[in-house]
Ligand binder design. Structure first.
Ligand code: ATP
Ligand code: MG
Length: 423
């Protein structure tokens, strides 16, 4: 046999045994987003490479080594989107969504990054993200955090995911901090790895984010942004904390949560779990008041988050049991039984649109079909054999209860089913 063609490394099939988790997760996200009056936006998977370079910044992991970039037939450089904010803001500017308006938007879809595939880290992965535009107050940041908290609550994951917050302050207060950081890292240059040395002057904040175990001890001694905030930035952070406290949200301040780009400011946060090994961040959010202007729009405050859905789906597997098995299994033996079975199942689909009905078209023996019915997890089997065809009846067997099989006229079936499935 010729070698079969495999999927691209790091790009997953989501199989039928997993899609129930995904559907449940996506439904919950849509429902909660809509309850907070966020509207869905859909933007392309491909954009001009320049958009991501300008949004994400040249000296970041994503731009330096993680993008899927190619020239199209016209010679234009395009990239598969590595995250959603860039496309969302581009679409908003291009379509005039930010002109003197507030917008609450959400998106859900695949993102692409050329990373080393491992548990919780893939080359195609899904994000659910929200972005609010035109609102500068910390209370909006808190509303989004409350939304995420409600999502965990609704999915049964509240105990597994903890909130860590920090502030990046305003860009002017960050300037001072940046100098202090460069000073500190220069004193500790021997402990810095190659990536960090490269970033020393281009993006020193990102060094704080390093996962290199050899640098952790040194990093605990690094200066903290919190100590360099100007009055405005301090007030924003105090407000954030006050609203969080009032809302009863538990959190920890983690001074090492940073974003290394100028248009990110004030609030940054991450929701983390210890159940997924090294890839513990399930959701990352914060404010980016400078981005809309940076991309050519009118200055517009903005705040949002992005959630990694593979990581959430993995957590769901331990708390949610989907029930996708049929409720009714139709067993048919003989050609005439097929005709009757099909027409009865269609009638039932009309009468009970929610009920899951599996028809066995295998033309196997009663014994084999019963075995499959039992394995399917169905509660009831409907049987159409010779006798039932002749007498215009249907036999009904309870597969999960110790009750005798009964035979009834076909026109009494729906009453009987109603009772059997509701009880
Ligand atoms: P990390 O430090 O884990 O690389 P990041 O800073 O690159 O994260 P973000 O760009 O903030 O991640 O993306 C938001 C969320 O999307 C992450 O918290 C994570 O849940 C998810 N995510 C990011 N990259 C991947 C990936 N390659 N595979 C699966 N999920 C991912
Ligand atoms: Mg990353």
């Amino acid at each position: 046999m010729a070698n079969s063609i495999q999927a691209v490394r790091g790009m997953n099939d989501i199989l039928p045994s997993q899609t129930s988790y995904w559907c449940y997760l996506e439904e919950t996200l849509r429902q909660i987003a809509s309850a907070y009056c966020y509207s869905e936006i859909r933007f392309p998977l491909l954009e001009q490479t320049a958009l991501f370079k300008r949004t994400i910044g040249e000296v970041t992991d994503i731009i330096e080594k993680e993008m899927y970039t190619f020239d199209d037939r016209n010679g234009d450089s395009l990239s598969l989107r590595p995250e959603g904010t860039a496309g969302c803001v581009r679409a908003g500017i291009q379509n005039g969504l930010f002109h003197n308006q507030q917008q609450r938007l959400w998106y859900l879809g695949p993102m692409f990054r050329y990373e080393r595939p491992q548990l919780g880290r893939f080359r195609q992965f899904f994000q659910f993200g929200i972005e609010a535009f035109g609102m500068a107050e910390a209370i909006v940041d808190v509303e989004q955090i409350l939304m995420t908290s409600r999502i965990w609550q609704s999915l049964g994951l509240k105990d597994q995911i903890k909130l860590q917050i920090n502030t990046l302050g305003s860009s002017s207060s960050r300037e001072k901090y940046r100098e202090k950081l460069i000073e500190f890292f220069s004193e500790n240059i021997d402990t810095l790895d190659e990536d960090s040395r490269r970033r020393l002057t281009s993006n020193p904040l990102r060094i704080l984010d390093s996962k290199n175990p050899d640098m952790q001890l040194m990093l605990t001694g690094a200066p903290r942004m919190l100590d360099y905030l100007d009055d405005n930035s301090k007030a924003h952070f105090d407000n954030l904390r006050r609203y969080l406290d009032k809302s009863g949200i538990d959190y920890e301040v983690n001074p090492r949560i940073v974003r290394g780009l100028d248009y990110y400011n004030m609030t940054v946060y991450e929701w983390v779990t210890d159940r997924l090994g090294a890839q513990g961040t399930v959701c990352a959010g914060g404010r980016y008041d400078g981005l809309v202007e940076h991309l050519g729009g009118k200055s517009t405050p903005a705040v949002g988050f992005a959630m990694g859905l593979e990581r959430v789906a993995t957590l769901l597997e331990s708390v949610y049991s989907p029930d996708a098995s049929p409720q009714v299994y139709i067993i048919m033996v003989g050609q005439e039984a097929f005709d009757r079975g099909l027409s009865v199942s269609e009638k039932l689909h009309t009468l009970f649109p929610e009920i899951r009905i599996a028809c066995d078209y295998s033309a196997g023996s009663f014994k084999n079909q019963f075995r499959r019915a039992d394995k399917s997890g169905a509660k009831l089997a409907l049987i159409f054999g010779q006798d039932e065809i002749q007498n215009h009846t249907v036999s009904l067997k309870y597969l999960r209860e110790d009750r005798p099989q009964c035979t009834l006229p076909e026109d009494e079936l729906h009453q009987c089913l109603l009772k059997a499935l509701v009880d």
